[in-house]
Design a protein around this ligand. Structure first.
Ligand code: AMP
Length: 546
Protein backbone atom coordinates (compact mmCIF):
# COMPACT_ATOMS: atom_id res chain seq x y z
CA UNK A 1 0.00 0.00 0.00
CA UNK A 2 1.34 3.40 -0.95
CA UNK A 3 1.66 6.10 1.73
CA UNK A 4 -0.56 9.07 1.03
CA UNK A 5 1.65 11.94 2.07
CA UNK A 6 3.00 14.79 -0.05
CA UNK A 7 6.21 13.96 -1.86
CA UNK A 8 8.04 17.24 -1.34
CA UNK A 9 11.60 17.28 -2.67
CA UNK A 10 14.14 18.22 0.00
CA UNK A 11 16.04 21.05 -1.66
CA UNK A 12 17.97 24.06 -0.34
CA UNK A 13 15.16 26.25 -1.69
CA UNK A 14 13.42 25.28 1.58
CA UNK A 15 16.19 27.00 3.51
CA UNK A 16 16.04 30.10 1.32
CA UNK A 17 12.25 30.37 1.51
CA UNK A 18 12.11 29.73 5.22
CA UNK A 19 14.70 32.34 6.09
CA UNK A 20 12.96 34.86 3.81
CA UNK A 21 9.51 34.24 5.31
CA UNK A 22 10.26 33.66 8.96
CA UNK A 23 13.58 35.24 9.88
CA UNK A 24 14.05 38.37 7.72
CA UNK A 25 15.24 40.47 10.66
CA UNK A 26 17.84 38.00 11.90
CA UNK A 27 21.33 38.57 10.53
CA UNK A 28 24.80 37.50 9.55
CA UNK A 29 27.73 39.51 10.90
CA UNK A 30 31.15 39.41 9.23
CA UNK A 31 34.37 40.59 10.83
CA UNK A 32 36.20 43.17 8.72
CA UNK A 33 39.37 45.20 9.26
CA UNK A 34 37.46 48.04 10.88
CA UNK A 35 34.63 46.36 12.71
CA UNK A 36 31.71 44.11 11.93
CA UNK A 37 29.45 44.25 8.87
CA UNK A 38 25.89 43.09 9.59
CA UNK A 39 23.36 42.12 6.95
CA UNK A 40 19.80 41.11 7.76
CA UNK A 41 18.62 37.84 6.25
CA UNK A 42 16.09 39.87 4.21
CA UNK A 43 19.05 41.71 2.68
CA UNK A 44 20.91 38.42 2.19
CA UNK A 45 17.92 36.93 0.33
CA UNK A 46 17.67 40.04 -1.86
CA UNK A 47 21.38 39.81 -2.71
CA UNK A 48 21.12 36.04 -3.27
CA UNK A 49 18.38 36.69 -5.85
CA UNK A 50 20.58 39.21 -7.67
CA UNK A 51 23.50 36.81 -7.50
CA UNK A 52 21.41 34.07 -9.10
CA UNK A 53 20.46 36.47 -11.92
CA UNK A 54 24.11 37.40 -12.39
CA UNK A 55 25.15 33.75 -12.55
CA UNK A 56 22.49 33.06 -15.19
CA UNK A 57 23.70 36.08 -17.19
CA UNK A 58 27.25 34.71 -17.04
CA UNK A 59 26.00 31.54 -18.68
CA UNK A 60 26.04 29.33 -15.58
CA UNK A 61 23.55 26.53 -16.17
CA UNK A 62 22.22 23.44 -14.37
CA UNK A 63 24.98 21.33 -12.87
CA UNK A 64 27.78 23.80 -13.68
CA UNK A 65 30.43 24.07 -11.00
CA UNK A 66 30.90 27.49 -9.40
CA UNK A 67 33.94 27.58 -7.16
CA UNK A 68 34.59 29.66 -4.07
CA UNK A 69 38.06 30.59 -2.86
CA UNK A 70 37.15 32.42 0.28
CA UNK A 71 37.09 32.73 4.06
CA UNK A 72 33.86 32.50 6.06
CA UNK A 73 31.78 35.58 5.26
CA UNK A 74 28.31 36.89 4.39
CA UNK A 75 29.25 36.79 0.69
CA UNK A 76 30.35 33.18 0.96
CA UNK A 77 26.99 32.50 2.61
CA UNK A 78 25.21 34.18 -0.32
CA UNK A 79 27.07 31.84 -2.68
CA UNK A 80 25.99 28.87 -0.54
CA UNK A 81 22.37 29.80 -1.29
CA UNK A 82 22.38 31.31 -4.78
CA UNK A 83 24.49 28.70 -6.55
CA UNK A 84 22.62 25.51 -5.57
CA UNK A 85 19.18 27.15 -5.62
CA UNK A 86 19.71 28.31 -9.22
CA UNK A 87 20.62 24.73 -10.16
CA UNK A 88 24.42 24.92 -10.20
CA UNK A 89 26.93 23.31 -7.80
CA UNK A 90 28.90 25.35 -5.26
CA UNK A 91 32.43 23.99 -5.08
CA UNK A 92 34.42 25.20 -2.09
CA UNK A 93 38.16 25.30 -2.82
CA UNK A 94 40.68 25.16 0.00
CA UNK A 95 43.02 28.16 -0.46
CA UNK A 96 45.54 26.67 1.96
CA UNK A 97 46.44 23.85 -0.42
CA UNK A 98 49.48 24.00 -2.68
CA UNK A 99 48.69 25.90 -5.89
CA UNK A 100 49.40 22.85 -8.07
CA UNK A 101 46.90 20.83 -6.08
CA UNK A 102 44.33 23.61 -6.38
CA UNK A 103 44.70 23.76 -10.17
CA UNK A 104 44.39 19.95 -10.32
CA UNK A 105 41.14 20.17 -8.33
CA UNK A 106 39.72 23.05 -10.42
CA UNK A 107 40.40 21.11 -13.60
CA UNK A 108 39.07 17.86 -12.20
CA UNK A 109 35.84 19.54 -11.04
CA UNK A 110 35.71 21.57 -14.29
CA UNK A 111 34.89 24.78 -12.43
CA UNK A 112 33.44 27.45 -14.70
CA UNK A 113 33.44 30.51 -12.45
CA UNK A 114 35.54 31.27 -9.37
CA UNK A 115 34.57 33.72 -6.60
CA UNK A 116 37.73 34.71 -4.72
CA UNK A 117 38.42 36.99 -1.74
CA UNK A 118 40.87 39.76 -2.64
CA UNK A 119 42.92 38.88 0.47
CA UNK A 120 43.53 35.56 -1.29
CA UNK A 121 44.64 37.17 -4.57
CA UNK A 122 48.29 36.01 -4.28
CA UNK A 123 47.17 32.44 -3.60
CA UNK A 124 44.69 32.51 -6.49
CA UNK A 125 47.12 34.16 -8.91
CA UNK A 126 49.64 31.36 -8.22
CA UNK A 127 47.09 28.86 -9.53
CA UNK A 128 47.67 28.38 -13.23
CA UNK A 129 46.41 26.21 -16.08
CA UNK A 130 42.78 26.36 -15.00
CA UNK A 131 41.42 25.80 -18.47
CA UNK A 132 37.73 25.53 -17.64
CA UNK A 133 37.42 28.81 -15.68
CA UNK A 134 35.98 31.59 -17.81
CA UNK A 135 35.17 34.22 -15.17
CA UNK A 136 36.78 35.24 -11.89
CA UNK A 137 34.80 37.38 -9.47
CA UNK A 138 36.71 39.32 -6.79
CA UNK A 139 35.15 39.74 -3.35
CA UNK A 140 36.83 42.71 -1.73
CA UNK A 141 37.78 41.93 1.87
CA UNK A 142 40.68 44.40 1.94
CA UNK A 143 38.72 47.65 1.75
CA UNK A 144 39.85 48.26 -1.81
CA UNK A 145 43.52 47.71 -0.96
CA UNK A 146 43.92 44.83 -3.40
CA UNK A 147 42.36 43.30 -6.46
CA UNK A 148 42.56 40.27 -8.72
CA UNK A 149 43.81 40.73 -12.29
CA UNK A 150 41.01 40.54 -14.84
CA UNK A 151 38.33 39.88 -12.23
CA UNK A 152 34.79 41.26 -12.06
CA UNK A 153 33.93 43.00 -8.76
CA UNK A 154 31.32 41.14 -6.68
CA UNK A 155 29.43 44.22 -5.50
CA UNK A 156 29.31 45.68 -9.01
CA UNK A 157 28.07 42.36 -10.31
CA UNK A 158 25.23 42.36 -7.80
CA UNK A 159 24.37 46.03 -8.35
CA UNK A 160 24.03 45.41 -12.09
CA UNK A 161 21.95 42.22 -11.79
CA UNK A 162 18.18 41.86 -12.00
CA UNK A 163 16.52 41.91 -8.55
CA UNK A 164 14.17 39.07 -9.44
CA UNK A 165 14.88 35.51 -10.50
CA UNK A 166 12.66 32.64 -11.47
CA UNK A 167 13.98 29.81 -9.32
CA UNK A 168 13.98 26.45 -11.14
CA UNK A 169 12.27 23.34 -9.82
CA UNK A 170 15.02 21.05 -8.61
CA UNK A 171 15.11 17.36 -7.84
CA UNK A 172 16.24 16.49 -4.36
CA UNK A 173 19.03 14.24 -5.58
CA UNK A 174 20.51 16.92 -7.83
CA UNK A 175 24.02 17.95 -6.85
CA UNK A 176 24.12 21.04 -4.63
CA UNK A 177 27.71 21.31 -3.46
CA UNK A 178 31.11 19.79 -3.88
CA UNK A 179 34.16 19.52 -1.65
CA UNK A 180 37.43 17.66 -2.16
CA UNK A 181 38.92 15.60 0.67
CA UNK A 182 42.16 16.83 2.19
CA UNK A 183 43.94 14.07 0.26
CA UNK A 184 46.68 13.05 2.66
CA UNK A 185 47.46 10.21 0.25
CA UNK A 186 47.25 10.51 -3.53
CA UNK A 187 45.05 13.02 -5.29
CA UNK A 188 42.11 14.47 -3.38
CA UNK A 189 38.71 12.96 -4.05
CA UNK A 190 35.58 14.93 -4.90
CA UNK A 191 32.57 14.50 -2.64
CA UNK A 192 29.30 15.64 -4.22
CA UNK A 193 26.54 16.62 -1.79
CA UNK A 194 22.95 16.49 -2.98
CA UNK A 195 20.19 18.92 -2.02
CA UNK A 196 18.56 16.11 -0.07
CA UNK A 197 21.69 15.21 1.88
CA UNK A 198 22.34 18.87 2.70
CA UNK A 199 18.79 19.48 3.95
CA UNK A 200 18.68 16.30 6.02
CA UNK A 201 22.07 17.08 7.54
CA UNK A 202 20.91 20.60 8.41
CA UNK A 203 17.68 19.31 9.94
CA UNK A 204 19.56 16.75 12.02
CA UNK A 205 21.86 19.48 13.34
CA UNK A 206 18.81 20.98 15.04
CA UNK A 207 18.00 17.84 17.06
CA UNK A 208 18.51 18.45 20.78
CA UNK A 209 20.34 15.13 21.02
CA UNK A 210 22.66 15.96 18.14
CA UNK A 211 23.96 19.54 17.78
CA UNK A 212 20.80 21.18 19.08
CA UNK A 213 21.20 24.42 17.15
CA UNK A 214 18.21 26.68 17.78
CA UNK A 215 16.76 30.03 16.73
CA UNK A 216 18.06 31.60 19.93
CA UNK A 217 21.65 30.64 19.14
CA UNK A 218 24.27 32.87 17.60
CA UNK A 219 26.58 30.57 15.69
CA UNK A 220 30.23 31.31 14.94
CA UNK A 221 31.69 28.80 12.47
CA UNK A 222 35.46 29.11 12.71
CA UNK A 223 35.87 25.85 10.82
CA UNK A 224 36.22 27.12 7.26
CA UNK A 225 33.37 27.03 4.79
CA UNK A 226 35.81 25.18 2.53
CA UNK A 227 36.26 22.42 5.14
CA UNK A 228 33.18 20.22 4.71
CA UNK A 229 30.83 23.22 4.49
CA UNK A 230 31.86 24.60 7.89
CA UNK A 231 30.44 21.32 9.22
CA UNK A 232 27.04 22.23 7.81
CA UNK A 233 26.52 25.02 10.37
CA UNK A 234 25.59 27.77 7.85
CA UNK A 235 22.64 25.81 6.41
CA UNK A 236 21.54 24.63 9.86
CA UNK A 237 21.70 28.17 11.28
CA UNK A 238 19.69 29.56 8.37
CA UNK A 239 17.11 26.78 8.55
CA UNK A 240 16.41 27.56 12.18
CA UNK A 241 16.87 31.32 11.94
CA UNK A 242 19.94 31.56 14.18
CA UNK A 243 22.18 34.58 13.71
CA UNK A 244 25.57 33.84 12.19
CA UNK A 245 28.90 35.45 13.03
CA UNK A 246 31.58 34.99 10.37
CA UNK A 247 35.25 35.56 11.15
CA UNK A 248 36.19 36.65 7.61
CA UNK A 249 39.94 36.55 7.05
CA UNK A 250 40.57 36.65 10.82
CA UNK A 251 39.90 32.94 11.06
CA UNK A 252 42.15 31.45 13.70
CA UNK A 253 43.40 34.38 15.71
CA UNK A 254 42.27 33.94 19.36
CA UNK A 255 41.92 37.69 20.04
CA UNK A 256 39.68 38.20 16.99
CA UNK A 257 37.59 35.14 17.88
CA UNK A 258 37.12 36.45 21.42
CA UNK A 259 36.27 39.97 20.23
CA UNK A 260 33.72 38.69 17.71
CA UNK A 261 32.21 36.38 20.34
CA UNK A 262 31.76 39.27 22.73
CA UNK A 263 30.44 41.69 20.13
CA UNK A 264 27.93 39.27 18.58
CA UNK A 265 27.06 37.46 21.82
CA UNK A 266 27.97 34.12 20.26
CA UNK A 267 26.45 31.08 22.00
CA UNK A 268 27.85 28.25 19.89
CA UNK A 269 31.02 27.93 17.87
CA UNK A 270 32.72 25.21 15.84
CA UNK A 271 36.40 24.51 15.16
CA UNK A 272 39.14 21.88 15.33
CA UNK A 273 40.95 21.31 18.68
CA UNK A 274 44.08 23.27 17.67
CA UNK A 275 42.01 26.47 17.42
CA UNK A 276 40.63 25.97 20.94
CA UNK A 277 44.07 25.17 22.33
CA UNK A 278 45.14 28.53 20.91
CA UNK A 279 42.25 30.26 22.69
CA UNK A 280 43.04 28.49 25.97
CA UNK A 281 46.72 29.43 25.72
CA UNK A 282 45.81 33.05 24.98
CA UNK A 283 43.60 33.11 28.08
CA UNK A 284 46.39 31.64 30.17
CA UNK A 285 48.89 34.10 28.72
CA UNK A 286 46.54 36.95 29.58
CA UNK A 287 46.08 38.14 25.98
CA UNK A 288 42.42 37.10 25.91
CA UNK A 289 40.01 38.00 28.69
CA UNK A 290 37.83 34.97 29.52
CA UNK A 291 34.96 37.40 30.20
CA UNK A 292 34.81 38.04 26.44
CA UNK A 293 33.61 34.42 26.06
CA UNK A 294 30.89 34.71 28.69
CA UNK A 295 27.99 34.19 26.25
CA UNK A 296 29.57 31.09 24.71
CA UNK A 297 27.67 28.02 25.92
CA UNK A 298 29.10 25.26 23.80
CA UNK A 299 31.76 24.45 21.27
CA UNK A 300 31.40 21.89 18.54
CA UNK A 301 34.84 20.34 18.31
CA UNK A 302 36.13 17.59 16.05
CA UNK A 303 38.17 16.94 12.96
CA UNK A 304 40.69 15.32 15.29
CA UNK A 305 40.28 13.88 18.76
CA UNK A 306 39.55 16.26 21.63
CA UNK A 307 42.23 15.72 24.28
CA UNK A 308 41.08 15.61 27.90
CA UNK A 309 43.01 18.73 29.04
CA UNK A 310 41.20 20.76 26.39
CA UNK A 311 37.79 19.56 27.50
CA UNK A 312 38.64 20.15 31.16
CA UNK A 313 40.09 23.57 30.38
CA UNK A 314 36.82 24.72 28.81
CA UNK A 315 34.74 22.99 31.49
CA UNK A 316 36.52 25.23 33.99
CA UNK A 317 35.41 28.25 31.96
CA UNK A 318 31.82 26.97 31.98
CA UNK A 319 31.91 26.26 28.23
CA UNK A 320 30.90 22.77 27.14
CA UNK A 321 32.93 21.12 24.42
CA UNK A 322 30.69 18.84 22.36
CA UNK A 323 32.92 16.29 20.69
CA UNK A 324 31.91 15.23 17.18
CA UNK A 325 33.35 12.95 14.54
CA UNK A 326 32.95 13.18 10.81
CA UNK A 327 34.55 13.35 7.41
CA UNK A 328 34.12 15.33 4.22
CA UNK A 329 32.39 12.18 2.93
CA UNK A 330 29.86 12.27 5.78
CA UNK A 331 28.63 15.86 5.18
CA UNK A 332 30.47 15.88 7.71
CA UNK A 333 28.61 15.15 10.97
CA UNK A 334 28.58 11.42 11.66
CA UNK A 335 28.51 11.08 15.42
CA UNK A 336 28.31 13.33 18.45
CA UNK A 337 29.30 12.54 22.03
CA UNK A 338 26.15 13.55 23.88
CA UNK A 339 25.87 11.59 27.11
CA UNK A 340 22.89 9.23 27.31
CA UNK A 341 20.96 9.10 30.58
CA UNK A 342 21.99 5.46 30.91
CA UNK A 343 25.69 6.32 31.22
CA UNK A 344 26.99 5.98 34.78
CA UNK A 345 28.00 9.21 36.54
CA UNK A 346 31.67 8.22 36.77
CA UNK A 347 31.73 7.50 33.02
CA UNK A 348 30.48 10.91 31.89
CA UNK A 349 33.84 12.52 31.10
CA UNK A 350 35.14 9.36 29.45
CA UNK A 351 31.99 9.26 27.33
CA UNK A 352 32.25 12.92 26.30
CA UNK A 353 35.78 12.18 25.10
CA UNK A 354 34.61 9.41 22.75
CA UNK A 355 33.61 10.21 19.18
CA UNK A 356 30.00 9.67 20.23
CA UNK A 357 26.99 7.81 18.90
CA UNK A 358 25.82 8.02 15.28
CA UNK A 359 23.22 10.60 14.30
CA UNK A 360 19.63 9.49 13.88
CA UNK A 361 19.31 7.75 10.47
CA UNK A 362 23.00 6.83 10.32
CA UNK A 363 24.30 3.35 11.06
CA UNK A 364 27.84 2.24 11.89
CA UNK A 365 29.69 -1.05 12.07
CA UNK A 366 33.27 -2.24 12.49
CA UNK A 367 35.06 -4.65 10.19
CA UNK A 368 38.06 -6.44 11.68
CA UNK A 369 41.26 -7.06 9.71
CA UNK A 370 39.99 -10.66 9.29
CA UNK A 371 36.87 -9.38 7.54
CA UNK A 372 34.53 -10.12 10.47
CA UNK A 373 31.93 -7.68 11.80
CA UNK A 374 33.15 -6.80 15.30
CA UNK A 375 30.90 -6.96 18.38
CA UNK A 376 30.18 -3.72 20.27
CA UNK A 377 32.21 -4.74 23.30
CA UNK A 378 34.46 -1.72 23.67
CA UNK A 379 37.47 -3.90 22.92
CA UNK A 380 37.38 -5.44 19.45
CA UNK A 381 38.96 -3.09 16.94
CA UNK A 382 37.87 -2.74 13.38
CA UNK A 383 37.57 -0.28 10.53
CA UNK A 384 34.61 2.04 11.07
CA UNK A 385 32.05 1.83 8.29
CA UNK A 386 29.03 4.08 7.99
CA UNK A 387 25.73 4.18 6.12
CA UNK A 388 23.02 6.82 5.88
CA UNK A 389 21.27 9.49 3.81
CA UNK A 390 24.09 12.05 4.07
CA UNK A 391 26.97 9.63 3.56
CA UNK A 392 28.79 9.57 0.21
CA UNK A 393 27.84 6.74 -2.14
CA UNK A 394 30.79 7.29 -4.49
CA UNK A 395 33.42 9.90 -5.37
CA UNK A 396 33.22 12.23 -8.32
CA UNK A 397 35.38 11.01 -11.14
CA UNK A 398 34.75 12.53 -14.55
CA UNK A 399 36.91 9.83 -16.17
CA UNK A 400 34.98 6.88 -14.79
CA UNK A 401 32.33 5.66 -17.26
CA UNK A 402 29.52 6.55 -14.81
CA UNK A 403 31.26 9.59 -13.29
CA UNK A 404 31.57 7.73 -9.97
CA UNK A 405 35.03 6.84 -8.70
CA UNK A 406 36.88 5.39 -5.71
CA UNK A 407 34.67 2.32 -5.54
CA UNK A 408 37.18 0.50 -3.33
CA UNK A 409 36.22 2.82 -0.47
CA UNK A 410 32.63 1.51 -0.50
CA UNK A 411 31.16 -1.91 0.09
CA UNK A 412 27.64 -3.28 -0.31
CA UNK A 413 26.70 -6.05 2.13
CA UNK A 414 24.51 -9.10 1.48
CA UNK A 415 21.38 -7.18 2.58
CA UNK A 416 22.15 -4.49 0.00
CA UNK A 417 23.26 -1.86 2.56
CA UNK A 418 25.96 0.44 1.26
CA UNK A 419 28.86 1.22 3.62
CA UNK A 420 31.55 3.89 3.37
CA UNK A 421 34.89 2.54 4.59
CA UNK A 422 36.16 5.44 6.67
CA UNK A 423 39.79 4.37 7.10
CA UNK A 424 39.37 5.05 10.84
CA UNK A 425 40.00 2.23 13.27
CA UNK A 426 37.68 2.18 16.27
CA UNK A 427 36.05 0.20 19.03
CA UNK A 428 32.36 0.59 19.89
CA UNK A 429 31.07 -0.01 23.42
CA UNK A 430 27.80 -1.64 24.45
CA UNK A 431 26.08 1.78 24.62
CA UNK A 432 27.08 2.44 20.99
CA UNK A 433 29.81 5.00 21.71
CA UNK A 434 32.53 5.00 19.09
CA UNK A 435 36.11 5.35 20.30
CA UNK A 436 38.58 6.05 17.55
CA UNK A 437 41.83 4.22 17.95
CA UNK A 438 43.63 5.56 14.89
CA UNK A 439 43.64 6.08 11.16
CA UNK A 440 44.43 2.73 9.51
CA UNK A 441 47.65 4.21 8.15
CA UNK A 442 48.71 5.78 11.48
CA UNK A 443 48.53 2.67 13.65
CA UNK A 444 51.88 1.27 14.73
CA UNK A 445 52.28 -2.45 14.08
CA UNK A 446 54.82 -3.69 16.57
CA UNK A 447 55.67 -7.40 16.64
CA UNK A 448 52.24 -8.16 15.16
CA UNK A 449 50.38 -6.08 17.80
CA UNK A 450 48.68 -2.77 17.07
CA UNK A 451 49.55 0.32 19.07
CA UNK A 452 47.22 3.33 19.01
CA UNK A 453 49.10 6.57 18.43
CA UNK A 454 46.01 8.53 19.48
CA UNK A 455 46.10 7.10 23.01
CA UNK A 456 49.78 7.94 23.35
CA UNK A 457 49.23 11.48 22.03
CA UNK A 458 46.37 12.10 24.43
CA UNK A 459 48.55 11.00 27.32
CA UNK A 460 51.46 13.19 26.29
CA UNK A 461 49.27 16.24 25.65
CA UNK A 462 47.85 15.83 29.16
CA UNK A 463 51.38 16.29 30.63
CA UNK A 464 51.79 19.82 31.92
CA UNK A 465 55.28 20.22 30.41
CA UNK A 466 54.01 19.39 26.91
CA UNK A 467 52.29 21.77 24.47
CA UNK A 468 51.62 19.35 21.62
CA UNK A 469 52.60 15.81 20.72
CA UNK A 470 52.24 13.49 17.76
CA UNK A 471 53.30 9.86 17.62
CA UNK A 472 54.41 8.14 14.41
CA UNK A 473 55.61 4.68 13.46
CA UNK A 474 59.28 4.28 12.55
CA UNK A 475 60.88 1.11 11.20
CA UNK A 476 62.48 -1.27 13.65
CA UNK A 477 64.63 -4.29 12.69
CA UNK A 478 63.11 -6.61 15.27
CA UNK A 479 59.57 -5.35 15.83
CA UNK A 480 58.86 -4.11 12.31
CA UNK A 481 57.60 -0.74 13.62
CA UNK A 482 57.89 1.12 16.90
CA UNK A 483 56.32 4.39 18.10
CA UNK A 484 58.35 7.61 18.13
CA UNK A 485 56.94 10.61 20.01
CA UNK A 486 57.42 14.09 18.53
CA UNK A 487 56.88 16.60 21.32
CA UNK A 488 56.69 20.38 21.64
CA UNK A 489 57.94 21.38 25.11
CA UNK A 490 56.05 23.71 27.39
CA UNK A 491 58.98 23.69 29.79
CA UNK A 492 62.62 23.60 28.66
CA UNK A 493 63.57 21.43 31.60
CA UNK A 494 61.49 18.44 30.52
CA UNK A 495 63.46 15.32 29.56
CA UNK A 496 62.77 12.27 27.39
CA UNK A 497 63.16 10.01 30.39
CA UNK A 498 60.57 11.97 32.36
CA UNK A 499 58.02 11.75 29.55
CA UNK A 500 58.61 8.09 28.77
CA UNK A 501 58.44 7.24 32.48
CA UNK A 502 55.12 9.08 32.73
CA UNK A 503 53.67 7.29 29.68
CA UNK A 504 54.88 3.98 31.15
CA UNK A 505 52.72 4.60 34.22
CA UNK A 506 49.60 4.57 32.04
CA UNK A 507 50.12 2.02 29.26
CA UNK A 508 51.65 -1.44 28.87
CA UNK A 509 55.45 -1.44 28.63
CA UNK A 510 55.48 -2.60 25.00
CA UNK A 511 53.30 0.36 24.01
CA UNK A 512 55.64 3.02 25.41
CA UNK A 513 57.35 4.94 22.58
CA UNK A 514 60.98 3.97 22.02
CA UNK A 515 62.14 7.54 21.87
CA UNK A 516 61.13 11.20 22.01
CA UNK A 517 62.25 13.92 19.62
CA UNK A 518 61.64 17.52 20.65
CA UNK A 519 60.37 19.72 17.82
CA UNK A 520 59.50 23.43 17.53
CA UNK A 521 55.95 22.68 16.41
CA UNK A 522 53.82 19.84 15.09
CA UNK A 523 53.17 20.51 11.39
CA UNK A 524 49.48 21.04 10.61
CA UNK A 525 47.42 20.26 7.53
CA UNK A 526 45.49 22.93 5.64
CA UNK A 527 42.53 22.35 7.95
CA UNK A 528 44.52 22.48 11.20
CA UNK A 529 45.06 18.80 11.95
CA UNK A 530 48.42 17.23 12.85
CA UNK A 531 50.18 16.45 9.59
CA UNK A 532 51.82 13.14 10.35
CA UNK A 533 52.82 12.71 6.71
CA UNK A 534 55.34 15.55 7.15
CA UNK A 535 56.62 14.02 10.39
CA UNK A 536 56.95 10.64 8.69
CA UNK A 537 58.95 12.25 5.87
CA UNK A 538 61.20 13.96 8.41
CA UNK A 539 61.70 11.10 10.85
CA UNK A 540 60.85 8.11 8.65
CA UNK A 541 64.43 6.78 8.83
CA UNK A 542 64.99 7.76 12.45
CA UNK A 543 67.45 5.31 14.00
CA UNK A 544 66.03 3.85 17.17
CA UNK A 545 68.45 2.35 19.67
CA UNK A 546 68.00 -1.44 19.45
P1 AMP B 1 38.30 15.37 6.80
O1 AMP B 1 37.52 14.72 5.73
O2 AMP B 1 39.46 16.15 6.31
O3 AMP B 1 37.46 16.17 7.72
O4 AMP B 1 38.95 14.22 7.70
C1 AMP B 1 38.18 13.21 8.28
C2 AMP B 1 39.01 12.45 9.26
O5 AMP B 1 39.34 13.28 10.38
C3 AMP B 1 38.31 11.28 9.89
O6 AMP B 1 38.31 10.15 9.03
C4 AMP B 1 39.13 11.07 11.15
O7 AMP B 1 40.32 10.37 10.89
C5 AMP B 1 39.47 12.48 11.55
N1 AMP B 1 38.52 12.94 12.56
C6 AMP B 1 37.40 13.66 12.39
N2 AMP B 1 36.79 13.89 13.57
C7 AMP B 1 37.53 13.28 14.52
C8 AMP B 1 37.42 13.14 15.94
N3 AMP B 1 36.44 13.70 16.63
N4 AMP B 1 38.38 12.41 16.57
C9 AMP B 1 39.39 11.85 15.89
N5 AMP B 1 39.56 11.96 14.56
C10 AMP B 1 38.63 12.66 13.88
Amino acid sequence: MQGLMQDVPLTLRMVLERVAELYPTKHVATKTADGVRRRSYAEVVERVTRLASALRDMGVGPGDRVATFAWNSDRHLELYLAVPCMGAVVHTLNPRLHHEQISWIVNHAEDKVVFADTSLAPAWQAVSGTDTVNTVVAMDDLDGAGGIDGAVDYEELLAGAAPEFSWPTLRENDAAAMCYTSGTTGNPKGVVYSHRSSVLHAMASLFADFIGLSERDVCLPIVPQFHANAWGTPYAALLTGANLAMPGRFMADPASIAALTAEERVTVSAAVPTVWFGVLQAIRAGTVDPASLSTLERILCGGSAVPEPLMRGFDELGIRIVHAWGMTETSPLGSVANVKSTVAEDQVLRTRLTQGIPAPSLRVRLETSEGEIAPWDGETMGELQINGPWIADAYYDPDAPDGRGGQDRFVTDAAGTRWLKTGDVAVIDAEGYIKLVDRTKDLVKSGGEWISTVDLENLLIAHDKVVEAAVIAVPHPQWDERPLACVVKADDAVTKEELLGYVGEHVAKWQVPDDVVFVEEIPKTSVGKFDKKVLRQRFGDYQLAT
